[in-house]
Design a protein around this ligand. Structure first.
Ligand code: BGC
Length: 780
């Protein structure tokens, strides 16, 4: 099902809006993703309220709830001990958007009759999706239609739609039917793991339909995960009675309206989702009633006002301003907006690879969160970053259980992909074998602690995760004949190389992890003796065990090839044959869709940044020359078939002075979804790459690093730009960084003081001296 798509780049490059001015079946599927609305819980794809009657394969009218899933046994024709046994996948839940409009028997459908003026716009400051059009029914009756759709950021259970309809050349009967449709199912993935789930057929069983005047609700159950879901709507047309109706798994209200030429009719619909993942089953219906009654009482405008206020606060911390490249400006804001739409903020949910915009990767959470997405939230909205960490703490019991299944007597092993905490990766070479997930989580906890100084968090949860996950390195590592501590049979970030010994990234991150765990244990033992005693009792960690960690870290094997002067991706990587790039036709990329995994594994070829990612995360451990040589070598063998790759190459290219390359890689990331450069955005946005754009500006062009708590910048300005500007929060302060051709300006916007370096030069900002302007000429 590969639809042809036309990039949005042909549309206006408004810095704050995504706008289309034509209804086009060729790009419809893609734009359902781009115009998707979400609030970290509910995700509504951008399909019109009237549904879609275009050609097969050009639409997925999906509705998703972050963290709401069905589970199913993973069936292996040839199984093995401790392979993941149960998959969880995000469900396509009832479509509660539906509004059918009938004018004298003719149903409004952009693909029949005649569509006149048409415009759809998502303003990233208001969070309201507005569609405005004129349509002539086959019989000649003309209407103007304006709809507004909001998925509330303030109340995760709520969305609302308002449709305003004006007869332009007639007076007469217009029938409006508002409904919730429970006859939905998920996409089937086929051979492409990035598309959807392996399940076919409906997963939700309707157990009751509740109707009460303007209120309709479907009560449904999942078969295996045992959840109950209430999907409800409440519809109102002023001055017109609601007639309740039900057909099969559809329920709603009909309004028969006597329309008068030139006078608008208005239908407002409030929708909600509540599930037994969040509340006791017996409360769900009452909660839905209350949510919708309260929303109606407050009204649609109040919802819009609260949405705008929420977004004003978000942008005050998160906005990245780029002057000189409108396409990029639009791209980066679009990406940040989608990150906000995708991120679970309740501590029980996280951020899926495709957010809540599509079924690709089945709604699973990966390391994408900790390594790609976490920094954006940490430095823009630390309270959201903390929620992401809470999610991992909630999953610690399952991580412990998984460790036991994997024959580790002690410790916790986090799943490679999951929703509720259990390992869901059915293909272990590019799944469970990515043990680096443990270090990635520890890294994000370390970054959080260094950025916030939140020792309470470390005492309550952080330390326990870090200690339990550190243990696994000792569990899987061993000394080689030269006394080096080795970690064998793992897969690093690069999924085109699997099950190797001493993956550089894994070993270097494990070393960081072991040291951090030991340091944190010492610090808490000193500063919070009571808390430390509690965690030590709960985990059984002893000072002897910590000494073993320090020793393993000191002897960690970090493969290096002296002849080439580069860090080896793993023990065997450089001995393999280089992939024959010259004779690989363009259409054979991504390689994963065209070659058996083993064919790929036998070669020197990378899907994504691996050693190059270590250069960023562990920046202080490498010289600039190291970084340049590693970049040169690995760039030549990397396909960037993963959307997680280009942003990292952009950042390191900036650092080593390859400014044009930095810009090109950055461009690939910044508009990856808007321009559908990977050709699969119709299945959902790429949240890791979206966050990679923020990193590309902060870590790349501005050269920001926070290493062991010390903040530094080394900014450059891409030739095309006049300036860029962003803000970060660190240690209770908020700093604005603005870089133009001539000067770098650092302004302390909040907090008492902040120290950092600019190209090694010390800068100390205080309340009384809150700004520094530093000439960039020396760097030019
Ligand atoms: C990448 C992984 C990533 C996953 C989900 C894969 O293509 O190789 O690194 O975690 O996508 O985004």
């Amino acid at each position: 099902m590969q639809p042809s798509t036309s990039p949005l780049s042909t549309l206006p490059l408004d810095p704050w809006c995504i706008r289309e001015t034509a209804f086009d079946t060729a790009s419809h599927f893609l734009r359902e993703t781009l115009f998707a609305l979400g609030n970290g819980y509910i995700g509504l794809r951008g399909t019109g309220e009237e549904g879609y009657t275009g050609p097969a394969g050009t639409s997925l009218d999906g509705t998703y709830l972050n963290g709401f899933y069905e589970s199913e046994p993973i069936v292996y024709p040839e199984s093995a001990f401790a392979l993941a046994k149960t998959n969880q996948f995000m469900l396509n839940v009832p479509n509660a958007k539906g509004i059918a409009i009938e004018i004298d028997g003719a149903r409004f459908d952009p693909l029949t009759g005649t569509l006149g003026r048409y415009e759809r716009e998502l303003d990233l400051r208001t969070g309201v999706l507005v569609r405005s059009l004129e349509w002539t029914a086959p019989g000649g009756k003309r209407i103007a239609l304006r709809s507004r759709r909001v998925v509330s950021f303030a109340n995760k259970h709520l969305f609302a739609i308002e449709v305003e309809l004006t007869p332009l050349n007639f007076s007469g009967r217009i029938t409006l039917r508002s409904f919730v449709d429970g006859a939905v199912k998920n996409q089937e993935a086929g051979d492409d793991p990035r598309v959807g789930s392996a399940v076919s057929g409906p997963a939700l069983q309707t157990v009751a339909v509740e109707q009460d005047g303007a209120f309709s609700a479907l009560v449904q159950r999942t078969h295996n995960s045992g959840f109950t879901l209430v999907s409800a709507i409440r519809s109102v047309v002023e001055g017109v009675d609601a007639d309740a109706w039900q057909e099969g798994q559809r329920a709603g209200q009909t309004f028969v309206c006597t329309a008068v030429e030139g006078q608008p009719l208005r239908l407002t619909k409030y929708g909600s989702y509540h599930s037994s993942r969040d509340y006791p089953e017996g409360e769900l219906l009452a909660r839905a009633q209350e949510t919708l009654t309260d929303a109606q009482a407050a009204g649609f405008e109040a919802l819009c006002a609260s949405q705008a206020a929420f977004l004003a606060d978000f942008w005050a911390g998160a906005d990245v301003e780029i002057l000189g490249d409108d396409a990029l400006q639009q791209g980066i804001r679009f990406n940040e907006y989608h990150l906000l739409q995708s991120v679970g903020r309740d501590g029980r949910t996280n951020i899926a690879a495709k957010g809540v915009t599509g079924e690709g990767y089945e709604g699973h959470y990966f390391w994408d969160t900790e390594i790609y997405i976490f920094p954006f939230f940490l430095y823009s909205k630390p309270e959201i970053a903390r929620k992401l960490l809470e999610y991992r703490y909630a999953g610690l019991p399952q991580a412990r259980e998984r460790a036991r299944q994997m024959s580790h007597a002690k410790g916790a092993l986090y799943p490679w992909r999951t929703i509720a905490g259990g390992e869901c990766s059915a293909y272990f070479p590019a799944g469970t074998a990515q043990y680096h997930i443990n270090a990635d989580i520890a890294y994000s906890i370390k970054s959080y602690y260094e950025a916030t100084g939140d020792l309470d968090y470390m005492a309550q949860a952080g330390l326990e995760i870090v200690l339990e996950t550190a243990r696994i390195w000792i569990g899987i590592g061993s000394d080689d004949r030269e006394g080096r501590f080795c970690i064998n049979e793992v897969t690093g970030p690069d999924e085109y190389t699997a099950l190797v010994n001493n993956n550089y990234y894994t070993n270097a991150m494990a070393r960081m992890h072991l040291r951090f765990a030991a340091d944190m244990a010492d610090q808490l033992a000193r500063e919070r003796a009571g808390d430390f005693a509690r965690v030590a009792a709960a985990t059984g960690v002893t000072s002897e065990e910590i000494a073993v960690w320090r020793d393993a870290a000191a002897r960690m094997h970090l493969p290096y090839d002296g002849k080439l002067g580069i860090h080896e991706q793993d023990d065997s990587f450089l001995s393999k044959k280089v992939w024959d790039f010259a004779n690989t036709p363009k259409e054979n990329y991504p390689l994963l869709l065209n070659y058996h995994p083993m064919v790929i594994y036998r070669h020197q070829v990378c899907k994504q940044a691996d050693v190059v990612l270590a250069l960023l995360l562990l920046s202080n451990e490498f010289t600039l020359e190291d970084k340049r040589r590693d970049f040169d070598y690995y760039e030549a063998v990397t396909t960037h078939d993963s959307s997680l790759s280009s942003c990292i190459f952009s950042i390191i290219a900036s650092e080593v002075g390859y400014h044009d390359k930095a810009y090109d890689y950055f461009m690939e990331t910044a508009r990856l979804d808007l321009d559908d450069t990977h050709g699969n955005t119709h299945y959902g946005v790429h949240t890791a790459a979206m966050a990679g754009t923020w990193m590309g500006v902060a870590y790349g062009f501005a050269g920001m690093r926070v290493s062991d708590g010390a903040l530094r910048f080394a900014p450059t300005l891409p030739r095309k730009w006049q300036h860029y500007q962003f803000k970060i929060q660190l240690r209770g302060a908020q700093l604005q960084v603005r870089v133009s051709g001539q000067v770098a300006e650092y302004t302390l916007l909040a907090g008492d003081a902040l120290d950092f370096t600019h190209f090694g030069q010390e800068v100390a900002l205080t309340r009384s001296a809150p700004a520094a302007r530093i000439s960039m000429e020396a760097q030019a």
